[in-house]
Design a protein around this ligand. Structure first.
Ligand code: P5A
Ligand code: ZN
Length: 470
């Protein structure tokens, strides 16, 4: 059942985050939340996944400070202009006013690049590919929401790279996009990749590529961005290198990042009216075993469950031996999104079978005891594939094409989704399309445009997607 999930998504989301013990939202600072142990385990698997993808592609993990001195933070004019109204400042040490104010990083360019300037000497020091997993702070003024719009982003996974040529930086942008595709594909989170319009790019970037997904309410969420920084920051922070010709040159840079939003997407897209439905890859418990006790058979069942646990030791397994009705246990684990339930009672034991119940489809079936391990693996794989396929299908059903402003408005505002349309590429016209449709241009797709611009009727240069975002 996905009635409430679909028709009352916002309410569903807020309630599940709390009831499934992902975040405790009662912390007394706006936009700042507490991770429960259960939610934190999901977070850990997500972080492990991105670490393994970045490590495998030659990125190295490092850790830079949270505090950034004002003079470094203020160096890059566009960057500061983009972030100044979102920065938290540390102004005192104890009772003493600080001589140099310190920013809490809203992102780490201005913490990392002065140090890159020290690390990079020659073209042989590059490509330099660094990442870190940290918290960042943004004084968001729009409506804050758990995992979606945070003032303390607790799980900022940011990568920063430096290159000896513009071509190599360009190649890095492509590599980053591939890394994120692999990441989202593993999580079964569907995405649309587009190039942000110039007025919406990252402050200080040459251009920004973004991943957006579509939530059940039709609103889009930016879940990753990849920026080509060109030489903008290297000029400001004097990141220079000696090129093979023996001349000094400014480095070419990129940066890219994902946040807690990827966890929001993971939870939101794979849920239903009974609660979460976790991808096996990141589920804290992949298999929950429920012993079905009958009066005089408790010992028999318990000793069989013990054997079964050993057979399933390759998975993250949990036995629920609480002294409550099985039905109450089913309800709890469904809410928390455990992908697979195993039930074992006297009747199963007699028949040499085990009962499996899939969280995603509710399907219930018996498997021979001797095949348990393989069948569990096979079923978890099938669940992952089904969740991914369902999420992609859902998202694609929300993408429509529109040929007029009226159509854009009605498809996005009334039907709830995103539209594809065509644009001449002029900023002035783009903004007027946004205003008259009351819908934002999310980005430009890598598709050849045909026909005319939906705004001015001139020749179309770009295929764009438009929608309303979180
Ligand atoms: C890239 C990493 C940057 O900050 N500097 C280092 C670059 N890009 S960004 O687009 O500003 O942010 C990266 C991603 O973080 C998510 N995000 C947020 N998530 C939760 N709460 C917020 N307040 C918030 N702000 C940004 C977005 O997914 C964004 O793409
Ligand atoms: Zn136009």
């Amino acid at each position: 059942m996905r009635e409430r999930w679909k028709n009352n998504f916002s309410e569903w989301y807020n309630e599940i985050i709390e009831r499934a013990e992902i975040l405790d939202v009662r912390y007394p600072v706006k936009g700042v939340y507490v991770w429960y142990p259960y939610g934190f385990k999901i977070r850990r698997h997500v972080v492990e996944l991105i670490r393994s993808i970045l490590d495998a592609t030659g990125h190295e993990e490092a850790l830079f400070p949270l505090l950034i001195p004002e003079h470094e933070f203020a160096k890059e004019a566009k960057h500061i202009a983009g972030f100044e109204d979102e920065v938290y400042w540390v102004t005192h040490g104890g009772l003493e006013p600080l001589k140099v104010k310190l920013a809490l990083r809203p992102t780490s360019e201005t913490a990392i690049y002065p140090i890159f300037a020290l690390w990079i000497r020659s073209h042989a020091d590059m490509p330099l590919k660094i990442y870190q997993v940290v918290n960042t702070f943004r004084y968001e003024t729009k409506h804050t929401r758990p995992l979606i719009r945070l003032r303390e982003i607790t799980t900022f996974k940011e990568a920063h790279t430096a290159h000896a040529s513009a071509e190599d930086a360009e190649r890095q942008v492509r590599e980053a996009i591939e890394c994120y595709k692999r990441f989202f594909d593993t999580l079964g989170v569907p995405y649309i990749i587009s190039r942000r319009p110039d007025w919406d790019k990252f402050p200080g970037a040459e251009y920004t590529m973004a991943f957006d997904t579509i939530f059940p309410d039709g609103r889009t969420l930016q879940i990753a961005t990849v920026h080509n920084l060109g030489q903008n920051f290297s000029r400001t922070f004097e990141i220079t290198f000696e090129n093979p010709q023996g001349e000094q040159e400014y480095a070419y840079q990129t940066c890219y990042g994902i946040s807690d939003r990827v966890i929001a997407a993971l939870l939101a897209l794979h849920g239903d009216d009974s609660g979460l439905c976790l991808m096996p890859e990141v589920a804290p418990i992949q298999v929950v075993v429920i012993p079905i006790w009958f009066k005089d058979k408790k010992e028999l069942v318990d000793s069989e469950v013990e054997k079964l646990m050993e057979e399933l030791s390759d998975f993250r397994v949990h036995v629920d031996s609480r002294d409550i009705r099985p039905g109450a246990k089913y309800y709890d684990w469904e809410l928390r999104g455990v992908p697979l339930r195993v039930e074992l009672g006297p009747r199963d034991i007699e028949r040499g079978e085990v009962t499996l119940v899939r969280r995603d489809t509710g399907e219930r079936f018996s498997v021979p005891r001797g095949e348990l391990k393989e069948r569990v693996q096979e079923t978890l794989n099938a669940i992952a594939a089904n969740l991914k396929e369902r999420a992609w299908r859902e998202m694609e059903s929300r993408i429509h094409s529109a040929q007029s402003i009226e159509e854009i408005r009605s498809l996005v505002v009334e039907k709830g989704g995103v539209v594809k349309t065509t644009w001449c590429g002029r900023e002035e016209c783009g903004k007027s399309i946004e205003d008259s449709a009351d819908v934002d241009i999310l980005g430009i797709l890598e598709e050849a445009a045909q026909g005319t611009c939906v705004g001015c009727g001139e020749k179309a240069e770009n295929v764009i997607i438009m929608g309303r975002s979180y």
